[in-house]
Design a protein around this ligand. Structure first.
Ligand SMILES: Nc1nc2c(ncn2[C@@H]2O[C@H](COP(=O)(O)OP(=O)(O)OP(=O)(O)O)[C@@H](O)[C@H]2O)c(=O)[nH]1
Length: 319
C-alpha cells in the first residue's frame, strides 16, 4: 500500500483493526511497504502486561529465527524510542523497539547491506508506536475490569484457537514433553450467602481475590477468564488428566485455606475436561458444566473430571 509522506494510510490501516491477528498482518504489510525488504523480523510479547518472552509474528521472515529467550535478550538491551544499530563486515542490523509509554513490548530487527535512512527509521518507529497503542487497546478490551482476567467475550475465540491449533502458544520450558490443553470451570460455592450477609461490595472483593488465587496458581501461558458473575474458566496445559486434577485440587485447597477479608471461609467447586480437536465450544462447556454440577451435587469444595465421570457412569450402566 502506498502512503503519503507522513504515513497517513498506514496509520488508518493499523488503527481500524479490531482483531489482534489482523493487526499483526496489517503491521507486517505496512513494514513490508515501508522497508521494501524482506529481511526483517518482528518479535512481540503477546501477553502485553505480563513479563513474557517475545515471539516472532512474521513467521515467513528471511532472518534467522530467534528462540523467545534469545529475543528476550535483545529486548532487554532495548531503550524506549531509541534505535540500536550494529555494523558487521557484511551487513547492518537495526533494532527498533516497539514501545507503549515506557513499556517495551517487542522489537523490530532489520538486516540490510547499508544503513537505513533516518527517515525510514523514524517512520518505522512511528508505525510501531501506533501498532503498540492499538495492541494495548485491544488487550484492554479483552479484560474483565473487576478481576483483570480475560473476559467472557474472549473465551470462545481463545478456545476455538486452541482446539483448531491456530492460537499463539507460548513455548513451554520442556518443549519435548507433550502436553494437552484442559478446560476447567470454577464456581464459588454458596456465593449468594456472601452477598446476602456482607453486601455486594464485599462480594466483589471476594470475586477479585479468588481471581488472584487462580492467576497465581497457573502458569503465564495458561488462560484464566471470568466466565460469569462468580464463575471462572481456566484453559491450561497438563501432561495427564491426573496432573490436571492435581493442579485444580491445589487451587481448591488454596481457596479453602485462604483468609478472606470479612468472611470466614470460602470454597470452590470445579469441573474439567481435556480439549479435543473435534470439539465445539458449546459441547466443551456443556461437558465441563456437567462435571461442575457433579461437584456441587456431591457436597461442593470438589474437583470432578469429566473423563472420570463418564467412566463411572459407564461402569454403573454396565453393572
Ligand atoms: N458481588 C457480586 N455478586 C455477583 C456477581 N455476579 C453474580 N453475583 C451473585 O452471585 C450469586 C450466585 O448465586 P447462585 O447462582 O444462586 O449460586 P451460589 O449461591 O453460589 O450457590 P452454588 O453455586 O449452588 O454453590 C447470586 O447472588 C448473584 O447475584 C458480581 O459481579 N458481584
Amino acid at each position: 500500500m502506498q502512503a503519503n509522506s507522513c504515513g497517513h494510510e498506514w496509520v488508518v490501516e493499523l488503527t481500524c483493526q479490531e482483531d489482534e491477528s489482523h493487526l499483526d498482518s496489517a503491521l507486517i504489510g505496512v513494514l513490508g511497504d515501508l522497508l521494501s525488504v524482506d529481511n526483517f523480523a518482528i518479535y512481540i510479547n503477546k501477553h502485553v502486561t505480563l513479563q513474557a518472552p517475545p515471539i516472532l509474528i512474521n513467521t515467513h521472515s528471511n532472518l534467522t529465527y530467534l528462540e523467545p529467550s534469545q529475543a528476550q535478550l535483545i529486548l532487554n538491551k532495548a531503550t524506549p524510542s531509541k534505535t540500536r544499530v550494529i555494523h558487521t563486515t557484511d551487513d547492518v542490523t537495526t533494532y527498533i523497539p516497539v514501545n507503549h509509554s515506557d513499556t517495551i513490548l517487542g522489537v523490530l530487527i532489520i538486516k540490510t547491506k547499508q544503513l537505513i535512512t533516518d527517515r525510514i527509521s523514524a517512520l518505522a518507529m512511528y508505525i510501531l508506536n501506533v501498532y503498540a497503542n492499538q495492541l494495548w487497546i485491544l488487550h484492554k478490551s479483552r479484560l474483565d475490569p473487576l478481576t483483570g482476567l480475560l473476559n467472557r467475550q474472549t473465551f470462545d475465540k481463545k478456545v476455538m484457537e486452541i482446539v483448531t491449533g491456530n492460537g499463539f502458544l507460548l513455548p513451554r520450558e520442556q518443549a519435548d514433553t507433550k502436553r494437552c490443553w484442559y478446560l476447567a470451570i470454577v464456581d464459588i460455592d454458596l456465593f449468594k450467602n456472601v452477598n446476602d450477609t456482607f453486601g455486594h461490595v464485599v462480594g466483589d472483593g471476594v470475586i477479585a481475590q479468588v481471581a488472584k488465587l487462580i492467576k497465581n496458581n497457573f502458569r503465564i501461558e495458561d488462560y484464566a477468564f471470568r466466565y460469569g458473575g462468580e464463575e471462572f474458566a481456566i484453559v491450561f496445559q497438563s501432561q495427564t488428566n491426573t496432573d490436571a486434577f492435581n493442579a485444580l485440587t491445589r487451587l481448591r485447597q488454596r481457596v479453602a485455606s485462604h483468609d478472606f477479608e470479612h468472611i470466614q471461609q470460602l470454597t470452590i467447586s470445579i469441573g474439567f475436561l481435556e480439549l479435543q480437536s473435534a470439539d465445539t465450544v458449546s459441547s466443551i462447556v456443556n461437558q465441563a458444566d456437567m462435571a461442575l454440577y457433579h461437584s456441587k451435587k456431591t457436597g461442593r469444595n470438589k474437583v470432578t473430571s469429566c473423563h472420570e465421570l463418564t467412566l463411572s457412569k459407564e461402569v454403573r450402566i454396565s453393572q
